[in-house]
Design a protein. Structure first.
Length: 293
């Protein structure tokens, strides 16, 4: 990022000889900046901030005839942002950046945004997010308990909208196809037990493997995300298909057993001449002579 600071230093004594004829300003090397008073701003929620360098630091100091000092530099900064993943991967993140003077309270330094404010390069593209213009710019005064005073602070909010096209192709479409594939088991006969069980178990294992790989892309959080609900729903549909097969198979076995009992009645025939021949026969009669019993 490029940052530009401007302030008026009335204590400066500028000889006219440092300005070229017809110019109202002069650009000095960055080493001259160490000899000037500085408002020492810093990013409160930053992890790393450094000035970009190649052969030297990319910074400059410009002095104007009216004693205005302008400092410009190109920075590399890593800003911490508290993200919310409840609606992942349809989430929208709003990340603030806080700028504040480290040493001077609001009675010494009052910070303001310039008329241009914050501009974003239109060619800037992110892989997973749509990065828009700053959502809001604020100028606030905040009490800092760590420094025991009120400090002037600049706040800007950035909005990051996750692009869902990647997840439609890699997550939602494949998992939906696997669930629909499990429904093909409804067209298989009840006697095709190995085929139905193999199809449903394979679909379940495919979903488990797919979603295990997806969870490695985001940090673990304690609450339930939208992707977790989708995962649970897909697995529930496949499990319901497997449970339906088991329930229907058990009910069919009971129905077939009851049907056989109705269509194949039994009768008991007792021969008075042969008491020992009291047996059950299914549609059979004993007409043997008594001496053969």
């Amino acid at each position: 990022m490029f940052i530009r600071q401007t302030w008026i230093e009335s204590r400066l004594s500028l000889p006219s000889t440092i300005f070229e004829e017809g110019d109202d300003y002069v650009t000095l090397p960055p080493q001259f900046f160490d000899n000037l008073w500085q408002p020492d701003p810093y990013f409160i929620n930053s992890k790393v901030v450094e000035i970009a360098t190649l052969t030297h630091k990319f910074s400059s100091v410009t002095l104007w005839r009216n004693k205005t000092v302008q400092y410009a530099a190109r920075l590399h900064a890593i800003i911490a942002c508290q993200m919310e993943f409840r609606y992942y991967p349809m989430d929208v993140q709003e990340c603030p950046i806080y700028i504040e003077s480290f040493s001077y309270d609001s009675s010494k330094v009052r910070m303001r945004w310039s008329d241009a404010g914050v501009t974003v390069n239109s060619e800037l593209k992110l892989l997973q997010y749509h990065f828009g213009q700053p959502l809001q710019l604020e100028e606030v005064h905040t009490y800092m308990a760590e420094k025991s005073g009120n400090f002037s602070r600049l706040v800007m909010y950035f909005r990051f909208e996750r692009q869902i096209g990647h997840h439609l192709i890699q997550t939602f479409a494949p998992s939906a196809l696997v669930v629909m594939l499990s429904w093909f088991s409804f067209w298989l006969g009840l006697d095709a037990i190995p085929g139905r069980v193999t199809l449903l178990v394979t679909c379940m294992l495919t979903l488990v493997t797919m979603f295990t790989g997806l969870k490695t892309d985001i940090p673990p959080v304690a609450y339930v995300k939208a992707l977790d609900l989708w995962m649970a729903g897909c697995m529930l549909f496949v499990f319901a298909a497997l449970a339906e097969f088991v329930v229907v198979k058990v009910l069919d076995m009971r129905y077939q057993a009851a049907k056989r009992m109705k269509t194949e009645p039994t009768s008991t025939l007792v021969s008075p001449a042969c008491p020992r021949a009291s047996q059950k026969y299914i549609f059979r009669l004993c007409f043997l002579p008594s001496e053969d019993c």
